[in-house]
Structure formats: C-alpha cells, structure tokens
Design a protein around this ligand. Structure first.
Ligand code: TRP
Length: 353
C-alpha cells in the first residue's frame, strides 16, 4: 500500500459510456487496490453549468454510483461519496475563494473551452462555419449570459477544495484537467505564503495513466453530446446493433477487399477487447476477413464483460437500502477526513483560535 492519497471525481451526467469506463473508471478500480482513495460524484460541479436543469441531478448521481459499484469500486477498499454530502467542502470553498485571484480563473483555458462548448450546444442551429471551423469561431456573437455565473468561474476553486481537503497527492484525471490542477497547486502556494504555513495542504500532482482511447460509433470521440456512445448499462441487443453499425474503412466494399484498420472503429475496439488484435490487423489488411464477421466476433468478445456488468447493475439498482448504506458510510468517512483539514485551514487563517 502506498502512502499517497488519491482523490478523483466525475460529474453526474447520466449513465456512463464505454469511453468513461475504459478512460477512467477501470483505472479507479485498479487504484483502490494500491492507494487510499476517495472517489466522489461531483454533483456541485454539475450545478455550475446545469443549474437550470436540476430535476435529474439526484437520480443521475445515484445512477453514477450504481455504475461505479457494478464496475467494481468497492466501498470496503475506498471511500465513495456524493460531493454535496460533505458540507466541509462548501465551507473550505468559501475560504479559498477569498484568496484566489480572479485573473487565474479568467485565464483558465477550460473556462473558455467550456463556455464555447455549452454555447455550441445551446445554439446548435445557428453556428457559423462547418465542422472544421474552430469552436471559438463558430459561437462568435452568440449570447453568453447563461454561464457567466460566479459558480462556473469558480469551478477550479471548488475542484481544488475537493482535492486539498483530503490532502491528496495524486489525482487521476485526463489531460484536459491539467490547468485545473495547476490552479490547485497555485492556491496551496498562495495560502502558504499569506498565512505563513506549509502543513495544512499538500500540493497535488496529476496521475496520468495509459488508458485505451475509445472512439464513438462514428469514429469521433465517444461523447454523449455526439450521440455516438455505447453505454455501460445498455441492453445487449442494442449494443449488438450498434456494433454492427460501427464505422469501418469506406474503401472496403467486398469482404475480400483489403482495408486499412487505422481509423476503423471496429479495429479500435478489437485493440481493447481482443488479445489477438494484431493478427486481426494483418487479416484486415490482407482482405482475409469481411467487416460483418469482424463485427460479430467483436460483439462476442464484449458480451461477457458487458453481461457481467448488467447483472451486477440490476442487483445494485434494486437495492436502495444498500446504496443508502454505502453513501452513508462514505459520507461519514469523507466528512471526518475533511473536518481535519478544514479546521487546520481555519486556524491558519485565524478564523478560529
Ligand atoms: N473536473 C473534473 C472533470 O470534469 C471532475 C472533478 C471535480 C474532479 N472535482 C474533481 C476530478 C477533483 C478530480 C478531482 O472531469
């Protein structure tokens, strides 16, 4: 067991898809064996952009928990909780908000990207240019008032709090979160400088793990907003249909035509699910196998894992008492850990004696 502490969270955006699973969740499941881990459903972070649509928030948080448990996160091995169940997070967020310069937040590239992405979704019919035009150009001139809110600008402060409050040294995240982690480290340094201390917070580092890149059915990044996902909890008939509809090399017209596996979605999935994917690559290039047979074999390889997941999902989803008990235990453990750091921070800031 390492002495490093790990914190990571995901915003509850509904059911997880295979991109989330191979890109993050599977890694969480491995990490719980080696580190002291805190994994949480970031429902407050979801509010920073979806504050107008909260009717599904609690349901989505529960669905995410069910996905996590079904994938193998084990409350005996790690602390699993909902962010808003730990009020200490919101209190430390207030305190660290006092010392975070606005410039850091306005300059945060994720802030700008996300504003553009959200605008693109909202004004989908009115975007300028085409798919190849950079997003920032496509949304130019469209209203931006809806996410010009304090909470969204403060997203990185809240994220820093999530991490710092448990003194995490390692944070498993995607490369897109690098700027957020830098802000977290900057906040620690500024806190230390202002309050002449160095033993309240730990400077967290990102933990990038080699993960499989899962394309969506159409070959673009798998993402809910592109409608190209296979969900973890999806019924198998539907998955089979999606596999059969996956994008392949358009130059391969007959089963015996040689093809280029690079850029073929079926091949990208074989790389994940087929231990003999290299052989498959050769066969594809040689025109030794048609796409239909290749897709059928892929589905057969995916089926056992997906079925195992679905079976577990059914059990967890219907056992509300167990879900409540897990969340209660997680909340207690997370609050206990958070309370220690919060008190130290308040002492350093002389909010308490
Ligand atoms: N910002 C992260 C994301 O969008 C989610 C998140 C919130 C997070 N708080 C965190 C991740 C703390 C790691 C640690 O993916």
């Amino acid at each position: 067991m390492s002495t490093d502490i790990i914190v990571s969270g995901m915003r509850p955006t509904g059911k997880l898809h295979l991109g989330n699973y191979h890109g993050a969740l599977k890694n969480f499941v491995a990490l719980q064996e080696k580190y002291k881990c805190f994994f949480f459903v970031a429902d407050l972070h979801a509010l920073t952009t979806s504050y107008e649509h909260t009717e599904d928030l609690a349901h989505n948080s529960e669905q995410m928990l069910v996905d996590w448990l079904s994938a193998g996160l084990d409350p005996k091995k790690c602390t699993i909780f909902i962010q808003s169940d730990v009020p200490e997070v919101s209190e430390l967020n207030t305190l660290l908000g006092m010392i975070t310069p606005l410039g850091w937040l306005y300059r945060n590239p994720t802030y700008k990207d996300q504003i553009n992405e959200l605008l693109a979704r909202k004004y989908a019919g009115q975007l300028k240019g085409d798919e190849n035009t950079p997003l920032a150009e496509r949304v130019k001139g469209l209203a931006d008032e809806d996410i010009s809110v304090y909470g969204f600008l403060g997203y990185p402060v809240l994220m820093a709090v999530d991490i710092l409050i448990h003194k995490a040294s390692l944070v498993p995240v995607g490369k897109d979160q690098t700027a957020h982690l830098e802000i977290a480290r900057d906040i620690v340094r500024r806190f230390n400088e202002i309050y002449k201390t160095d033993d309240v917070f730990v400077e967290p580092k990102p933990l990038y793990t080699e993960v499989a890149v899962v394309p969506g059915l159409d070959g673009h990044k798998m993402s809910k907003s592109y409608h190209n996902t296979i969900d973890l909890g999806e019924d198998l008939d539907s998955v089979r249909k999606k596999v059969m509809s996956m994008y392949t090399d358009p130059n391969k017209k007959k089963a015996s035509d040689p093809a280029d596996p690079e850029g073929c979605v079926v091949f990208a999935f074989h790389k994940i699910y087929n231990p003999n994917w290299q052989k498959r690559c050769e066969e594809c290039k040689a025109g030794a196998l048609g796409c239909v047979a290749c897709k059928k074999e892929l589905f057969a390889l995916m089926e056992p894992e997906l079925k195992g997941f679905l079976d577990k999902r059914k059990i967890f989803e219907n056992d509300k008492a167990q879900l409540q008990a897990i969340l209660h235990g997680g909340k207690e453990a997370a609050r206990a850990s958070a309370a220690v750091t919060l008190e130290q921070a308040k002492r350093a800031m002389k909010v308490i004696k």
